[in-house]
Design a protein around this ligand. Structure first.
Ligand SMILES: Cc1cc2nc3c(=O)[nH]c(=O)nc-3n(C[C@H](O)[C@H](O)[C@H](O)COP(=O)(O)OP(=O)(O)OC[C@H]3O[C@@H](n4cnc5c(N)ncnc54)[C@H](O)[C@@H]3O)c2cc1C
Length: 434
C-alpha cells in the first residue's frame, strides 16, 4: 500500500497548529492536521483572553463568526491583602470598536479555528495521538500515530503539541522543562446568570472585565485571574512549579484560598462550578526557547515556550508563530528546500517578530520571580501595600505626616529595608527591559 503523503503535517490543533494548517491549506498545500482530543479544544485550558490583532491578520473580521464571550473593555489589577484589595483599572469605550480582546472558551474557539483550517482544505485527523516522529538520516519525514497503519509522511512536520511537547523533546531540542520554567494553573468555570454578572462587574451588552490578582498565593510566584464570560466566570491561579514543590502546597489549595477572599467571594457568590481543569504554562521566557527549526520540522507556540507571562499573552504568540511557520512552509514548497537551510527562514521570522522581541525584553523576569524574592514580591509586599493604603485612608486622629511615615515604613519593612526596596525596583526595571 502507498504511504499516505501530505505536503505538511501539523501536530496539535491548538491556536498554533490550526493557524499553521490554515495558512498552508489556503495556499493549496495538502495538510494533515492531527489532534489527540476528541475534537480540537476538547481538553484545552486557558484563562482566557483572546486578542484581535494576530487572528485578524489571518482571518479579517473573524469576530463576526467566531464563538467569543465578552469584549474586554475594562482590565483591573488587584493587589490582594488578607482581607482587602488595592486596585488599579483601565476602562475605555475605545476597546469596543474595534475590540482589543475578548474572553473565550477553548472548547468552542479551538473547534471553530480548526474548522477554518478544514474549510481551507486541511485534512482533519482527530482522536489520534502522534506517538513519535519518523526520521530518515536525521531528517524528519513523517509521524507515527496510535492508529493502526497510522504512519503519515510529509517533507515538513509542524510541531504544535503544546507545553509538554513530547515531540520536541524526542528531537533533543529541549529537555523536560525545569520546575522553575513552568507554572501549574488550576481553573474553575463558574456559572452565574448573565444579569448577575453584568450587575456585579458593571458591564452590559456583551462587554466584559478581566481582573488579574497578585498576592495571597502563600508567598509563591504566581498570578490569579477572574474573567467574565457571557454566563460564566473563569477563576484560576497559576503558580511556579518549583515554588509549589518547595512549599508542599497543592495548586487547588491556592485556588480555594483565593475563593475565600472577601472581595472575590462577593463576585462569585451563588455561582455553580461547571468545570475544573489544570494545565501547565510555559514561563521560562526567552532563555528557555529551544531551536525552532531543523531538517523537516518547525516548532511553534507553547512547545517553544512562546508565552509572555507579564502580559498574559500566549494564544496570540502561538497564532503568530503558526502563521510564520505556515508561510515558511509555503515558501519551501516553492523551492523544494525542506532542510534547516530553507526552514531556517522561520527562525529568522520569529526573531524579527514581536514574539522574540517581547520575550527578550522580559528575559530577566523569570530570574526575578523564580528566585528567593517570590516571598517578598507575592507575599509581603502585597500585604504591606494594603496595610499602607489602609493607614493613609483611615481618619484616626493621627497627623498625615505620621501616617505617611508609617505607611512608608510598612513598605520598606516588607522589602527588607530601603536598600531592599531600591534593589527590587532596580532589578524589576532591569528584568523588564532586556
Ligand atoms: C490557566 C491558563 C491561562 C491562560 N490564559 C491565557 C490568556 O488569558 N490569554 C492567552 O493568550 N493565553 C493564555 N494562556 C496560554 C495559552 O493557553 C497558550 O499559550 C496557548 O494555548 C498555546 O497554544 P498552542 O497551540 O501552542 O498549544 P495548545 O493550546 O496547548 O495546543 C496543543 C494541542 O496539541 C494537542 N496535542 C498534544 N500532544 C499531541 C500529540 N502527541 N498528538 C496529537 N495532538 C497532540 C493538544 O491536545 C492540544 O490541542 C493560558 C494558559 C493557561 C494554562
Amino acid at each position: 500500500m502507498d504511504k499516505p503523503r501530505f505536503d505538511a503535517i501539523v501536530v496539535g490543533a491548538g491556536p498554533a497548529g490550526s493557524v499553521a494548517a490554515y495558512t498552508m491549506a489556503k495556499q493549496g498545500l495538502r495538510v494533515a492536521l492531527i489532534e489527540r482530543g476528541e475534537f480540537p479544544g476538547a481538553k484545552n485550558v486557558f484563562g482566557g483572553v483572546l486578542y484581535r490583532k494576530p487572528l485578524e491578520d489571518i482571518i479579517p473580521e473573524f469576530w463576526k463568526e467566531a464563538p467569543l464571550e465578552r469584549r474586554v473593555v475594562e482590565q483591573r489589577l488587584w493587589v490582594l491583602g488578607h482581607d482587602s484589595v488595592v486596585g488599579f483599572s483601565f476602562r475605555s469605550a475605545r476597546f469596543q470598536d474595534p475590540p482589543n480582546a475578548w474572553t473565550g472558551q477553548r472548547a468552542k474557539f479551538d473547534a471553530w479555528l480548526a474548522g477554518k483550517a478544514e474549510q481551507a482544505g486541511a485534512t482533519p485527523i482527530y482522536e489520534t495521538t502522534v506517538t513519535s516522529l519518523i526520521r530518515e538520516g536525521g531528517r524528519v519525514v513523517g509521524v507515527r500515530t496510535d492508529r493502526e497503519d497510522g504512519d503519515l509522511y510529509a517533507p515538513v512536520t509542524v510541531i504544535a503539541d503544546g507545553v509538554n511537547s513530547m515531540l520536541a523533546k524526542s528531537l533533543g531540542v529541549h529537555r523536560e522543562w525545569r520546575p522553575d520554567q513552568v507554572s501549574l494553573a488550576v481553573k474553575e468555570v463558574l456559572a452565574l446568570p448573565r444579569g448577575v454578572i453584568e450587575e456585579r462587574f458593571g458591564v452590559r451588552d456583551g462587554d466584559g472585565v478581566t481582573i488579574e490578582l497578585v498576592g495571597e498565593t502563600f508567598g509563591m510566584a504566581g498570578l490569579g485571574f477572574l474573567y467574565t464570560n457571557q454566563d460564566t466566570l473563569s477563576l484560576g491561579v497559576g503558580v511556579m512549579v518549583s515554588d509549589l514543590r518547595e512549599k508542599g502546597v497543592k495548586p487547588y489549595q491556592v485556588l480555594d484560598h483565593l475563593k475565600q477572599h472577601p472581595e472575590i467571594r462577593r463576585l462569585i457568590e451563588g455561582a455553580e462550578t461547571k468545570e475544573y481543569a489544570a494545565h501547565l504554562i510555559p514561563e521560562g521566557g526567552f532563555d528557555a526557547m529551544p531551536p525552532l527549526a531543523g531538517d523537516g520540522w518547525m516548532v511553534c507556540g507553547d512547545a517553544a515556550q512562546m508565552v509572555n507571562a507579564a502580559h498574559r499573552e500566549g494564544t496570540d504568540l502561538a497564532m503568530l508563530s503558526g502563521r510564520l511557520a505556515g508561510e515558511t512552509a509555503v515558501a519551501c514548497h516553492g523551492t523544494g528546500d525542506w532542510t534547516v537551510g530553507g526552514l531556517g527562514a522561520y527562525t529568522r521570522a520569529i526573531r524579527n517578530s514581536i514574539i522574540q522581541r517581547d520575550l527578550k525584553k522580559y528575559r530577566g523576569l523569570h530570574g526575578l520571580l523564580a528566585g528567593s524574592q517570590a516571598e517578598t514580591l507575592f507575599g509581603q509586599l502585597p500585604q504591606a501595600l494594603n496595610d499602607a493604603v489602609y493607614e493613609m485612608l483611615s481618619v484616626d486622629g493621627q497627623s498625615k505626616q505620621d501616617k505617611q511615615k508609617r505607611a512608608m515604613a510598612l513598605i520598606r519593612e516588607a522589602a527588607g529595608g530601603t536598600a531592599g526596596l531600591a534593589g527590587i525596583g532596580w532589578r524589576g526595571w532591569r528584568a523588564m527591559n532586556g
